[in-house]
Design a binder for this molecule. Structure first.
Ligand SMILES: Cc1cc2nc3c(=O)[nH]c(=O)nc-3n(C[C@H](O)[C@H](O)[C@H](O)COP(=O)(O)OP(=O)(O)OC[C@H]3O[C@@H](n4cnc5c(N)ncnc54)[C@H](O)[C@@H]3O)c2cc1C
Length: 490
């Protein structure tokens, strides 16, 4: 029977779930608190400049293809992809920079130049990483995370040991050049934890990096959101209500989610699915229906928050690439300020994206659009003084390392940080990327897709399975939709 399904939020996970649920014939409405769809992947526009506010790296193209193919579609029907070359650039210091090619053979050559014999190790490392990718991303991560047995399949039994030692150890066993180690540890940062706290199984991210490449959707990541919205709205009949913050999830005496309260109106619902941050969603319930205590959340390892700047420059920049990493400081000491003793970091690493190098829709002719991102701990004090201090630091470092004057060419610099994540997304402690994928926060050890206290209440997104990132959010939506469809059938 056709059910009325209310979906909270319009981030990647909610959009994905809404599509699957509508395809199965249900009446699906998405309620989004902000005035734009996309959640953390919204776009900001100013004076002819465009900025993806959140994700900028399009990795794992096969996951996006798989999503659209579930609806008889292809990505090309919604947006155009370009493989970036170089995939990205890293600065290690003054005049010391490396470009990562889109061609794997050039990457082997680069490794060999840096450390004799390392290309052989890289080949064997990537062979395992590819194998893990095929097992994990094509299968394991699509499982609902309800039982440890999900992880045990004929293909995984020989791999389970990789869940019990960390990726840093694995990399350092094979490579000793610190610059190569930094390159190889970079992809796991997307998972939100320190490499020393991330299971080696996640080396499939290295295959995603070197094997599958870095792509750019023309017009930015927001085009993917737009494509999913078109699919949902025009092809599958999903309704969208913007400026619609859900204030309460109503539960009846039988423990069933029955309605949601939006802008003073009670909306009857057979099923409620939330893609809003998990902790926030539980706050919309009376305390007896919450599964996880404040203590539970406070003990979790959250992925970092971020200080971001969306900057318009009135000239083209030299010596940078579309994705540029400033790794001229030590990650380990920066990571201490994120995970061990949360505070504003001394000597931080940062990342900058210059999409207008590749795509002229991002900036007026002769100008450059830039997004700066510095990872910081969730929950630390956020104020204008800190924001300004770190903007100056990043501009100084950019000028010095790329050998050009830029400060006077800044037309505007809009900042975005912890307080905005809380205000805009109801994010727990202002986290940017959700819950990290550590050994104790992987698969069935993550917050559940289906509430165990409220029948008909489900969760999706970066705080549940499989974890942070856009491809996992697409997968999370599919898992949540499948769990709902299974329950409806029973
Ligand atoms: C700065 C930044 C950079 C990133 N870079 C990358 C990258 O390069 N590549 C990558 O793959 N991933 C990246 N990520 C991670 C990726 O963007 C996220 O994991 C993903 O977009 C999360 O999607 P989601 O659906 O789980 O949550 P969200 O996108 O946060 O969606 C949740 C939605 O719920 C809404 N909401 C909250 N409360 C309510 C309420 N009460 N009622 C109604 N609606 C509500 C919010 O407004 C929001 O729209 C980045 C994230 C950030 C923040």
């Amino acid at each position: 029977m056709k059910k009325t399904i209310s979906v909270l939020g319009s981030g990647f996970s909610s959009l994905s779930a809404a599509c699957y649920l509508a395809k199965a014939g249900h009446k699906v409405t998405v309620y989004e608190k902000n005035n734009q769809v996309g959640g953390r992947a919204r776009q900001y526009e100013k004076d002819g400049f465009l900025f993806d506010m959140g994700p900028t790296w399009y990795w794992m193209p096969d996951v996006f293809e798989r999503f659209f193919s579930d609806f008889g579609q292809e990505t090309i029907n919604y947006y155009q992809l370009e493989k970036l070359n170089p995939a990205y650039q890293i600065f290690y210091g003054l005049g010391d920079t490396i470009k990562i090619s889109s061609d794997i053979n050039e990457i082997y050559e680069l490794f060999e130049k840096e450390e004799t014999g390392s290309s052989i190790h890289l080949k064997s490392f990537l062979k395992q990483a590819k194998d893990n990718y095929n097992v994990a991303v094509r299968d394991l991560v699509y499982r609902p995370g309800v039982s440890p047995l999900e992880l045990i399949t004929p293909k995984t039994v020989t791999k389970l040991n990789q869940l019990f030692f960390d990726i840093r150890k694995q990399i350092q066993k094979k490579f000793s050049n610190p610059r190569l180690i930094k390159i190889l540890e970079f992809p796991v940062l997307f998972l939100g934890a320190k490499p020393g706290n991330t299971p080696a199984m996640y080396n499939f991210m290295n295959w995603a990096d070197f094997g599958l490449g870095t792509w750019h959707p023309k017009g930015g990541m927001f085009q993917v959101i737009k494509g999913m919205e078109i699919l949902a709205r025009e092809q599958l009949g999903v309704k969208f209500v913007l400026n619609a913050p859900v204030e309460k999830i109503g539960v009846n005496k039988e423990g069933e989610a029955k309605n949601i309260l939006v802008n003073g109106e009670l909306i009857p619902s057979d099923i409620v699915l939330s893609g809003a941050d998990y902790h926030h969603t539980e706050q919309l319930l009376s305390p007896e229906y919450r599964q996880y205590s404040e203590k539970y959340w406070s003990k979790k390892t959250f992925a970092p928050s971020s200080l971001l700047f969306y900057v318009g420059f009135n000239k083209k920049l030299k010596n940078v690439s579309h994705h540029t990493l400033f790794f001229d400081e030590e990650f380990d000491s920066h990571a201490e300020y994120i995970y061990d003793t949360p505070a504003w970091p001394k000597n931080p690493l940062f990342y900058a994206s210059f999409p207008s190098i590749t795509d002229n829709s991002f900036a007026p002719n002769g100008n450059e659009a830039a997004t700066f991102l510095m990872p910081i701990a969730s929950g630390i004090e956020d104020n204008e003084t800190h924001r300004k201090e770190y903007f100056d630091l990043m501009i100084d470092r950019l000028e010095k390392l790329t050998n050009q004057k830029l400060r006077d060419n800044v037309l505007f610099a809009k900042s975005y940080c912890i307080n905005d994540f809380i205000e805009d997304y109801n994010s727990y402690k202002g986290n940017a990327y959700g819950l990290a994928n550590t050994l104790t926060q992987t698969a069935f050890l993550r917050p559940r897709i289906k509430s165990k206290k409220v029948k008909n209440l489900f969760f999706t997104g970066q705080l549940t399975v499989p974890g942070p990132g856009v491809p996992p959010a697409l997968i999370s939506g599919k898992i949540a939709a499948e769990s709902i469809l299974k329950q409806i059938k029973l």
